[in-house]
Design a protein. Structure first.
Length: 73
């Protein structure tokens, strides 16, 4: 049985970590410079840029999960 940390397996923690790191890299280095100022993230504030960053991380996580489930076939 897989070892669990706070109710989640190590693999799930690594998926979350990878999605967060990759999502932030994509947002800040690929998307951020080309977005209009209203969608760019400002430090220490919750703004529309924070939402776009969050959605980027969620999209990366979904791609990781989809890739993992396709590998099972």
């Amino acid at each position: 049985m897989a070892e669990k940390y706070l109710g989640m397996t190590r693999r799930r923690w690594l998926e979350y970590l990878a999605a967060t790191v990759l999502g932030n890299l994509i947002y800040f280095y690929s998307l951020g410079p080309f977005l209009p100022p209203s969608l760019q993230h400002t430090s220490h504030y919750l703004d529309m840029g924070s939402l776009v960053d969050f959605l980027t991380c969620v999209a990366v996580y979904l791609l990781i999960r989809l890739g993992g489930s396709l590998g099972a076939f």
